[in-house]
Design a protein around this ligand. Structure first.
Ligand code: GLC
Ligand code: CA
Length: 555
């Protein structure tokens, strides 16, 4: 297997709006990030994935871009950006930009032109269709509720938006669009950025026939645009015209990706991207009404999915490893235990379980502190277009009762991850001196960076150690993965093997004590505990694991 720096890196995701506010307007900004680079250096991460900082009317918090070469005013200026980039580089930290090119904002100059008339030179930059019998061109639903088509009075046609009506989809079949996107990417690369996280990149090549999709609970059809007919061709073109010219880290956010598809997107041949974000593990608790439910992810299923990705991509492609991001509720509140008694131990367990696998780990801001879901009490507290739209659409149609739907969005909604980063125990957790755009989690007095940096056994220091171990032991990066006890509902146990060494990773996902016999081939060997969340320095042949205990042992 080829050794590369991006396989050996740990990425930290910043959601700029919620990271650190430097000027008291309640909104995180670039100077706020620059001021916290030392903190990230201390944690030990290598790369920052920066959620979008481009000019945007913020219908979807920056994932609706109106100018790819300008900085969102609320976040600062291009000079602020350059200073941040320079400062990050001087600390040895790379910056990965969020590339949102499945769609633009409807306020982007291309769309403003495009909607002017049917014969505007930019018309074909987007996807326009005539209606069918006075209705939408087909039954496709948008990810944020309602139809995926919006009628434009002025020019008399519908345009496609797989997300909000303020996020019209670009027409990637138009080579001019591809050229514009590649030129823009080259412009950022010339500025010295280090990579791209590509937003919903699996959706760029639409189903050519525009046939109706299978109708779901909401009454709309599934567009089924994931992994479309030309997606690999377009990414290969992007690779030839941009990516291959620089030494970048690239990850494609690929909803609907299977292991078979991932082997193409992230092939070790290097013809497309370095790795993808797959969704199978975070979709395990999905159901009829998308993610809006109280379903629990069951451990045997989680292990089966994680292990499938570990073994199927081995030697052929490369994995990304993540529990959390700005679209997922806090994993600690989802598959861990966020009660005061077990919160820290459980956060450390989740970190160990993920970071000892093969792939590039991603840490979402606050995960390194064991931040939790937010205790929502009213609809007014929500900011996210997805949660708000879903709530009104499903309750107004009488599909889900309001109280029930409120519980679901409180548990699974994206705002759980978007509450401000908890820096210290001063007002608003030290995030802002003004009023934050979204409420701070009231547990900031107990959970905050300052307290954890001062305390040796904190989640912060534990993550710091996980990152350091990855740099010290090649087995953690390159070792082969094997799952043990696939059916256990309590333990997640796996091994990694590399050049005659073996790493054993044991995680008790429950509140119960569990007695476990270590595998036959390791009996009699003396193992060295690399990390433990229970102060353990040996693993007996028959070991009693405490609640949420984990350990990684090298033989
Ligand atoms: C991706 C982003 C998400 C955004 C959507 C539309 O899934 O991660 O935050 O809402 O794409 O751009
Ligand atoms: Ca600000």
């Amino acid at each position: 297997m080829e050794k590369t720096w991006w396989k050996e890196s740990v990425v930290y995701q910043i959601y700029p709006r919620s990271f650190c506010d430097s000027n008291g307007d309640g909104i995180g900004d670039l100077n706020g990030i620059t001021g916290k680079l030392e903190y990230l250096k201390e944690l030990g991460i290598d790369v920052i994935w920066l959620s979008p900082v481009y000019q945007s009317p913020n219908d979807d918090n920056g994932y609706d871009i109106s100018d790819y070469k300008a900085i969102m005013e609320e976040f600062g200026t291009m000079e602020d950006y350059d200073r941040m980039l320079f400062r990050a580089h001087s600390l040895g930290i790379k910056i990965m930009m969020d590339l949102v090119v499945n769609h633009t904002s409807d306020e982007h100059a291309w769309f403003v032109e495009s909607r002017k008339s049917k014969d505007n030179p930019y018309r074909d930059y987007y996807i326009w269709r005539d209606g069918k019998n006075g209705k939408e061109p087909n039954n496709w639903g948008s990810c944020f509720g309602g139809s995926a088509w919006k009628y434009d009075e002025g020019s008399g046609q519908y345009f496609l938006h797989l997300f909000s009506p303020k996020q019209p989809d670009l027409n990637w079949d138009n080579q001019k669009v591809r050229k514009e996107v590649f030129d823009m990417m080259n412009w950022w690369c010339e500025k010295g950025i280090d990579g791209f996280r590509m937003d919903v990149i699996s959706l760029i090549s639409k189903k050519p026939d525009f046939q109706d999709g299978e109708v779901g609970q909401s009454g709309y059809g599934d567009p089924g645009c994931a992994n479309g007919p030309h997606v690999h061709e377009y990414l290969q073109e992007m690779n030839r015209k941009v990516l291959s010219k620089y030494d970048l880290i690239t990850v494609g956010e690929c909803s609907g990706v299977t292991v078979e598809e991932a082997k193409k997107y992230a092939s070790s041949e290097g013809t497309e991207l370095n790795m993808v974000f797959q969704f199978e593990h975070v979709d395990l608790d999905g159901g009829e009404s998308f993610k809006w439910n109280h379903n629990k992810i069951r451990l045997p299923e989680l292990k089966a999915v994680m292990s499938k990705w570990q073994t199927e991509l081995a030697g052929k492609a490369w994995n990304s490893l993540y529990w959390c991001n700005h679209d997922q509720p806090r994993m600690l509140s989802r598959i861990g235990n966020d009660s005061p008694k077990y919160r820290e131990r459980s956060a450390k367990l989740l970190g160990t379980c993920l970071h000892m696998m093969q792939g590039t780990p991603y840490i979402y801001q606050g995960e390194e502190l064991g931040m939790t879901n937010y205790p929502f009490t009213s609809m007014e507290e929500f900011r996210d277009i997805e949660s708000i739209n879903a709530y009104y659409e499903l309750t107004e149609k009488g599909i889900i009762a309001p109280e029930e739907m409120f519980d679901y969005i409180s548990y699974k909604g994206r705002d759980n991850a978007r509450t401000p980063m908890q820096w210290d125990d001063s007002s608003y957790a030290g995030f802002t001196s003004g009023t934050p755009w979204i409420a701070v989690n009231p547990n900031y007095k107990e959970i905050n960076a300052k307290e954890q940096m001062e305390r040796e056994d904190s989640v912060f220091h534990y993550y710091q150690k996980l990152i350091r171990l990855r740099k010290e032991y090649e087995i953690i990066v390159y070792g082969d993965y094997e799952l043990l006890l696939p059916d256990s509902r309590e333990l997640y146990v796996y091994t990694r093997s590399y050049e005659g060494q073996k790493l054993l990773v044991v995680c008790n996902f429950t509140e119960k004590e569990i007695v476990w016999e270590i595998p036959q081939d390791l009996k009699g060997c003396v193992g060295r505990v690399l990390i433990s969340n229970y102060g353990r320095d040996t693993l007996e042949e028959s070991v009693t694991l405490a609640a949420y205990e984990c350990a990684a042992v090298l033989y």
